[in-house]
Write a protein that binds this ligand. Structure first.
Ligand SMILES: Cc1cc2nc3c(=O)[nH]c(=O)nc-3n(C[C@H](O)[C@H](O)[C@H](O)COP(=O)(O)OP(=O)(O)OC[C@H]3O[C@@H](n4cnc5c(N)ncnc54)[C@H](O)[C@@H]3O)c2cc1C
Length: 804
């Protein structure tokens, strides 16, 4: 065993082996993997081996598509068989909502180039004659679905890595991981200590324990999962060709042919978390006891759907644990707070996702960033606030909902309320309907008095429609108020603060007293942040951006730390309110002695002022696109500020509004949102954020070269806004845009502008096709709706109100 290496991967399951292979594929050969037992000794050996591309998140779907395409490459490189069966799969829909969801999925696949198909019940019957289609409205067919041999595939990854120079050491248990001051690691094993530049945790079932060796809690939990393999079934072994995969979300089951019989597994509601307090090290190549009582109802459902199952004997039952993160996606990337320590954990579908996870991590380690937007799987999407107390109910909820319909406006109830501001009970008393962002309770809207504060999860317009409309009207007609707790906020101070910002941010760094909007770029020039920079003093700045991306941003800041500058995450230490609307100035003037007149307090000014008794940072800017102010205070002063503002604004018509109204208001101006219009998927010039890049500044800001090159070449696509002739459903995200009978673009987000009474969409079109008034069609829930491109904002087109 070598004792120094560039990378030490801990864990020889399918994920660790894939990471090792991809590191070599991208050019690093001084890499090794240590495995405490034999390869596949965790959850990998007992997997059912199924794979599929379908995933509600398009980046995850692309990652799964890459994984599936990789198996042929592995077979060609190694000469080993992965035991591939590309049989195709059908997901059934037995309710209109589920059918809507499948149609929305199909629509996304159009621009992703995936050849999925919506099937009628008779088409399902023709492909899968053993399925009882009574009550089935249709299905989604994916020709790429299939299954493989889990052990053969893992060994193929391992062999391909070895062929490229990697070393694999089995029966080598990692006991400690100790950081050295230079950022490298000592990996202490049974067979000696390895000095590694980088450590990758691919510990699967033991990932929590492995990460704890480095002093970090990883939010994941193993769940016990069961599938059954039947005896031979004549209707199966006598048929021509292999039976397709059948996913029956109504029965929480997936089913495929296994040899001459069938194999059926369940995501049952009465599910069981396994080893909640830690995976025992002595757990080995073993299964859990059969437990039919928890899948009794699911089995009865399956008998009705596929009657031949009832007559078939049970050949074997596989009941084993595997790990999940709270949202079901993997935890991948640099672990926040540690140097050169990487996570490849919580991969719940190792054979659909393992290849893509390996590629993503290898790109990140070698090139400094993944080639695709990887936020959906980034370990930084959970913050330090995540505890086992949060993870356990959230993972159970996710498991139970694995096959449930997932609606764009859905708010899941487990582990809530987890984090709240001082306003929580006040809003609750006003009949607020809450959503959750990054563990934080955020008001979505206020339900009418006397109504249960609950928004129906829907693809079409929900019961939030009227209340949100009233909130929007209040902002545009008088003045609205909402909380600004859900911004990520950083304080940047010190003699080097301005120079540091100049290098980190692509935009102009404002003078004291002023604000500037600035994109933050990766070295590839892609967007990794969309910030408001507030100049609070010569050596003091505040940054505001996405609340949910605060750990993602903090990690970046720490990776680029410099002498003479201190960056602190103050997201939860500065809270307060935004007031917006034509009467916002009058309201502010009533609660402060500072001069807030149009001349003294201009658009994009920032000032420290006393608001009644509260010490506040007040900035004149609003995402509503209206005359508006953000007032940041210490959380201890927030309730005081609320009472002051609500009393002073009562006769002005002050009304609280929530995030649903905010999302409608920003559409009036065509303002994009983080991870919607602006994300690491896009270059600034594609989104229009290039207008905030300070091309003339001398600082060599990160991403400059790539952004300049992209600017010279000109973007091939650009964001546009559309008015859609929608019926009862608006654009959510990723709907295809049709022009002249072909899909030419896709939507990034949309919704209803209650101010303009129009359904609005934002999306990408090829640059050469863009012109004002262009007629296109946008496919919403399987129906192509006429839409028209427009270029002038629906509200305040010349900015008179916002700047006045
Ligand atoms: C019943 C069942 C059915 C499934 N069906 C499917 C399916 O059809 N399709 C699909 O895609 N997925 C399926 N899965 C999930 C799949 O098994 C997992 O996604 C996959 O195995 C995860 O692989 P991994 O490499 O992350 O973890 P693991 O397989 O758990 O590997 C982790 C490895 O790390 C090693 N290790 C841990 N700690 C140390 C240490 N300190 N030192 C050295 N080595 C260490 C372990 O020994 C182990 O070999 C199923 C799971 C179960 C339980």
């Amino acid at each position: 065993m070598k004792t120094t290496t560039q990378v030490c991967v801990i864990g020889g399951g399918v994920v660790g082996c894939s990471v090792l292979y991809h590191l070599t594929k991208l050019g690093w050969s001084d890499v090794m993997l240590v495995e405490r037992s034999e390869l596949t000794s965790g959850s990998t050996w007992h997997a059912a081996g199924g794979f599929h591309t379908l995933n509600g998140d398009t980046n995850m779907a692309a990652l799964q598509g890459y994984t599936i395409g990789l198996y042929k490459e592995l077979e060609a490189i190694t000469g080993m068989s992965c035991g591939l069966h590309h049989v195709g799969g059908i997901t059934l829909a037995d309710t209109p909502e589920r059918f809507d969801m499948l149609k929305a999925e199909r629509a996304k696949h159009r621009y992703m180039g995936l050849e999925t198909e919506i099937l009628s019940p008779s088409e399902i019957k023709a492909m899968a004659e053993l399925v009882n289609v009574d009550g089935i409205l249709g299905g989604l067919y994916d020709p790429l679905d299939g299954h493989l041999d889990p052990s053969g595939t893992t060994h193929a990854y391992a062999k391909a890595a070895r062929m490229a120079g990697a070393e694999i050491v089995t029966h080598c248990m990692v006991r400690e991981t100790n950081p050295r001051p230079d950022g490298t690691w000592e990996v202490v094993t049974d067979k000696g200590t390895i000095h590694a530049e980088h450590v990758v945790n691919a510990g699967g079932l033991w990932a929590r324990e492995v990460c704890a060796m480095a002093g970090v809690y990883l939010p994941l939990l193993p769940m016990a999962h069961q599938y059954i393999v039947t005896d031979d079934i004549p209707e199966i072994y006598n048929r021509d060709g292999e039976f397709p995969h059948i996913i029956d979300p109504g029965g929480e089951s997936y089913m495929r042919q296994e040899g001459r019989g069938l194999c059926i597994g369940f995501y049952e509601k009465p599910c069981e978390a396994w080893s909640v307090d830690g995976t025992p090290w002595e757990f080995g190549h073993e299964l859990l006891n059969d437990q039919f009582d928890k899948i009794e109802e699911s089995i009865a459902f399956a008998y009705a759907r596929v009657p031949v199952l009832e007559m078939a004997g049970v050949k074997s039952v596989i009941h084993g644990p595997f790990t999940f993160a709270p949202d079901g996606n993997p935890l991948v990337g640099p672990v926040p707070g540690l140097r050169n320590y990487w996570s490849a954990c919580a991969v719940m579908a190792g054979f659909s996702q393992g290849g893509g996870v390996g590629l993503t991590l290898a790109q990140w380690m070698i090139h400094g960033e993944p080639a695709q937007n990887s936020f959906a799987l980034d370990v930084a999407r959970f913050g330090k606030w995540t505890t086992p107390g949060y993870t356990v109910p959230k993972v159970i909820e996710n498991y139970q909902n694995r096959f449930s319909v997932s609606f764009p406006n859905q708010e899941l109830p487990a582990a809530r309320p987890c984090r709240t501001t001082p306003m929580y009970d006040i809003w609750k008393g006003m009949n607020a309907v809450f959503g959750q962002q990054y563990g934080l309770e955020v008001v979505n809207y206020f339900a009418p008095e006397g109504e249960t504060p609950y928004e129906e999860p829907r693809f079409r317009r929900s019961n939030a429609w009227e209340p949100v409309r009233a909130e929007v009207r209040a902002v545009r007609d008088t003045v609205g108020i909402n909380e600004i707790h859900n911004f990520g906020k950083f304080s940047v101070t010190g003699p080097g603060a301005r120079d540091w910002l100049d290098r980190i941010m692509a935009g102009r760094i404002p003078a004291p007293g002023r604000l500037a909007l600035s994109p933050m770029l990766a070295p590839s020039g892609r967007l990794i942040g969309d910030f408001t920079i507030s100049g609070l003093g010569a050596e003091e700045f505040q940054l505001t951006a996405s609340y949910g991306s605060q750990d993602f941003h903090q990690r970046w800041f720490e990776q680029h730390a410099a002498d003479g500058v201190t960056v602190n995450n103050v997201s939860d230490l500065r809270t307060g309110f935004q007031i917006a609307g034509p009467k916002a100035r009058e309201l502010l003037a009533r609660v402060t002695r500072a001069d807030v007149g149009a001349e003294a307090f201009r658009f994009l000014d920032v000032k420290r002022m006393t608001v009644d008794m509260a010490d506040a940072i007040v900035q004149r800017v609003s995402y509503t696109g209206d005359l508006g102010y953000e007032i940041f205070v210490d959380p201890m002063s927030q309730r005081h500020l609320w009472h002051v503002l609500s009393e002073a604004g009562a006769d002005l018509g002050l009304r609280p509004f929530g995030m649903r109204a905010m999302m409608s208001l920003r559409l009036d101006k065509g303002f994009g949102g983080w991870l919607r219009e602006y994300s690491p998927d896009y270059m600034p010039a594609e989104t229009g954020l290039d207008r905030f890049i300070a091309w003339k500044k001398t600082a060599p800001f990160i991403g400059r070269d790539a952004a300049e090159q992209a600017r010279r070449e000109g973007p091939a696509r650009r964001l546009c806004t559309f008015i859609v002739d929608a019926e009862d459903a608006d654009v959510a995200a990723y709907e295809p845009i049709w022009l002249d009978g072909a899909v030419v673009g896709f939507c990034t987000s949309g919704g209803y502008s209650h101010y303009a009474d129009k359904s609005v969409a934002i999306g990408f079109l090829p640059t050469e096709r863009i012109r004002d008034g262009l007629a296109v069609e946008i496919e919403i829930l399987g129906e192509r709706r006429p839409a028209r491109l427009y270029t002038e904002p629906l509200f305040d087109p010349d900015g008179a109100r916002m700047r006045g």
